[in-house]
Design a protein around this ligand. Structure first.
Ligand code: URE
Length: 672
């Protein structure tokens, strides 16, 4: 079958839209530098000056967490398993983000001056502990990046016929340009733009499907179509498209969620956002991001994914009169085909645009994160401990460009050796999950020792791999090959064993080799130095006041409450209850389920579009006034005067706190 769109769409998006985006982002960075005094220095490049508000943290979390897989796999799960598919994808991914909030809060509490979370390992465990964690962290960064490009390039190739090699190199091109020039702050702004576009397309998709389409047009009609299609093409792994009775779906979702713990807790991109966040904004930013992200896979799967299934017997279906082939399923095409059935060719193009947005925005998060670890954990830690701000910015630029090219190469290699997104998603956690235990214990448990880390984490990986392959042997009729290692039970066991055995090993080996005195986590605070180009605003953000500590403690309790509801309440109890009940949703309950989804989508879109604009209104006003009227000099003087009069006391507090820290800190941290 020919691709649904012509190659012109593929090259047009990758080159034309990509270039427009790069120019827009570079222009915004220049405006901020010229009119809002946000000149690019090393701290701004890697940490966005550590004062980003909750609105932008939320939109950038959504942007970084909306992978091509989020859009394509959630739709495929909906197509294959029915209503529970996209719901399980959404809640599983949200759990990972809400759990990360605990770690994010401790990063702000104990390491407000960090540029990367790896730096805390250097301080606690020296070079060997640092290098071990750095390997895990960099591997996560590399695998996630290739997963993004692999998913994006395969999606573009399948939808447009564009060559997969061209897609692998052209898709990240614009991101390399604006990330290298604008740093983390530019990625926050581009993340917001990307997220807005994704929500707008999603709203069109959902409201057309459930409100205006002549083919479906209401939740009740969708329910009837799904009931009828069950008679023609019964669900393969479950009871029906309208029930939650699929053991395979639950195991698959839990496997991806547990496997994906390392892709949030161990991915430097997410900790970098915690570092960039203003202390008061951590909980709200990540929680709002997680809850607003939830509806993206849920809504897309429930509209395009279910429509693809429900309309299979209608001539508008792309594959009419057949089901989708296994090649279509492997290429995760249900979302694009569903959009095409509902909205015609423009629907498929809108799907491709969403895909482009998800690849580029998530890629920028990975690029800037990798540049931070190479700059601070390799270049400054081991090659140039006294690097100036200028040298650090140059190292970051080189790293962004080099890593962008490397990602393209890796995606091509994976394409040629036949590695799929699904395979990488399942394998990632088995290999890397022990880093979750390592980073959590490093920031929460003073009793963790270097020996515990050095032995426990690698042993966790080995145990996970052995259990994964052993379970494949048991569950796949004694055949262990490229296909059978994807057996759901085997990947589930591999992921869970890797996650928990790593944690247990580190604890046990630490208890076997206790230190005379446990580590004082507050020592992390003053032990990481900033470069010579730090400005006043950034120095202010390095200091954790008593009020900040109280706010962070309060946020931990809120986080506990949110996780109890989302993880235990929804993901475990509600899912198991619906599975145990095993019935089909009635027309009324299906309608209620979809109406909740539609309301949630609108609220999420409004929050993510408007809240960052509201929080940034003063900066927007400053830039606007500077462009149209008052001279830049006037504005700058006014800005500096305001800062110095209102913050004189704060400045003194900062100086005093720095002196206190110097006295308190007797840790030698060469290179940091
Ligand atoms: N980001 C995910 N898990 O879709």
């Amino acid at each position: 079958m020919d691709p649904i769109l012509s190659q012109g769409y593929g090259y047009g998006f990758a080159l034309g839209l990509g270039a427009a985006f790069a120019i827009l982002m570079v222009a915004i960075s220049k405006l901020m530098s010229k009119h809002a005094g946000q000149v690019q220095n090393s701290e701004r490049f890697s940490t966005a000056s550590r004062n980003v508000g909750s609105g932008l943290i939320a939109s950038s979390t959504i942007s970084a967490w909306t992978w091509p897989a989020t859009l394509l796999v959630s739709g495929t799960w909906a197509y294959e398993y029915g209503i529970m598919g996209s719901w399980m994808y959404g809640v599983g991914g949200t759990v990972q983000v809400t759990l990360f909030v605990f770690l994010a809060l401790n990063i702000k509490k104990y390491a407000p001056g960090a540029h990367t979370v790896c730096e805390t390992f250097f301080i606690r465990f020296g070079k060997s502990g640092h290098l071990l964690y750095l390997c895990y962290c960099a591997a996560t960064n590399i695998i996630i990046s290739s997963l993004l490009l692999l998913g994006g390039s395969q999606g573009f190739a399948a939808s447009t016929g564009m060559h997969v090699v061209a897609a692998s190199f052209l898709l990240p091109l614009n991101v390399i340009v604006y990330t290298a020039l604008g740093g983390l702050k530019a990625t926050f702004i581009s993340d917001w733009v990307h997220t807005v576009i994704i929500y707008l397309i999603l709203i069109v998709s959902v409201y057309t499907t459930y409100c205006s389409s002549s083919l479906i047009g209401s939740p009740g009609r969708m329910w009837e179509l799904l009931r009828d299609i069950q008679e023609v093409y019964p669900v393969a792994l479950g009871k029906s498209y309208l029930s939650f009775k699929s053991r395979d779906m639950i195991l698959l979702s839990w496997s991806v969620t547990l496997g994906g713990m390392s892709s949030v807790l161990g991915d430097p991109g997410y900790s970098q956002r915690a570092i960039a966040s203003d202390s008061k904004s951590v909980f709200l930013g990540y929680t709002m991001g997680g809850l607003c992200w939830w509806v993206i896979p849920w809504a897309l799967g429930s509209s395009a994914g279910l429509a693809c299934r429900a309309l299979l017997t209608n001539p508008v279906s792309v594959t009419f009169p057949n089901e989708l082939s296994s090649a279509d399923i492997n290429a995760s095409m249900p979302v694009i085909y569903g959009l095409a059935a509902i909205l015609g060719k423009s629907g498929a193009a809108a799907g491709l645009l969403m895909l482009f947005m998800s690849v580029t925005s998530a890629t920028s998060a990975e690029l800037i994160a990798f540049s931070s670890i190479t700059t601070y954990d390799i270049y400054r830690a081991y090659f140039n401990p006294n690097a100036t701000g200028k040298q650090l910015v140059r190292a970051s630029h080189i790293s962004v460009v080099a890593f962008g090219i490397f990602m393209g190469v890796l995606s091509v290699v994976f394409n040629y050796i036949g590695v799929t997104v699904g395979w990488l998603l399942s394998f990632l956690g088995i290999l890397l999950n022990p880093e979750v235990g390592a980073v959590v214990l490093c920031l929460f448990w003073p009793g963790m020792t270097k020996f515990g880390l050095l032995i426990g984490a690698p042993l966790g990986t080995i145990t996970g791999i052995v259990c994964w392959l052993g379970s494949t042997y048991v569950y796949a009729d004694h055949v262990v090959d490229k296909n059978t290692v994807m057996t759901t039970e085997a990947t589930f066991i591999g992921n869970i064993v890797s996650l928990f055995s790593g944690l247990i090993y580190i604890i046990v080996f630490s208890l076997l080799t206790p230190k005379k005195e446990s580590f004082d986590l507050t020592l992390l605070r003053g032990a990481i130095k900033v470069a010579d180009d730090v400005d006043y605003e950034e120095e202010k953000a390095l200091v954790l006041t008593e009020a900040d500590e109280k706010v962070l403690a309060h946020q931990s309790y809120l986080s506990l409450a949110v996780n109890s509801v989302v993880l235990l309440g929804v993901y475990v109890v509600v899912t198991c209850a619906l599975y145990g009940w095993g019935g089909d949703f009635s027309k009324g309950s299906f309608t209620a389920f979809m109406v909740i989804m539609m309301i949630w989508l609108i609220v999420a879109a409004l929050l993510i579009i408007l809240f960052p604009l509201w929080q940034g209104r003063n900066t927007i006003k400053l830039i606007f006034l500077s462009i149209v009227g008052k001279s830049k000099l006037d504005r700058k003087i006014e800005y500096i005067e305001n800062a110095s009069t209102s913050s004189q006391l704060e400045a003194e507090e900062i100086e005093q706190s720095k002196l206190d820290k110097k006295d308190a800190t007797n840790v030698t941290v060469s290179g940091l």
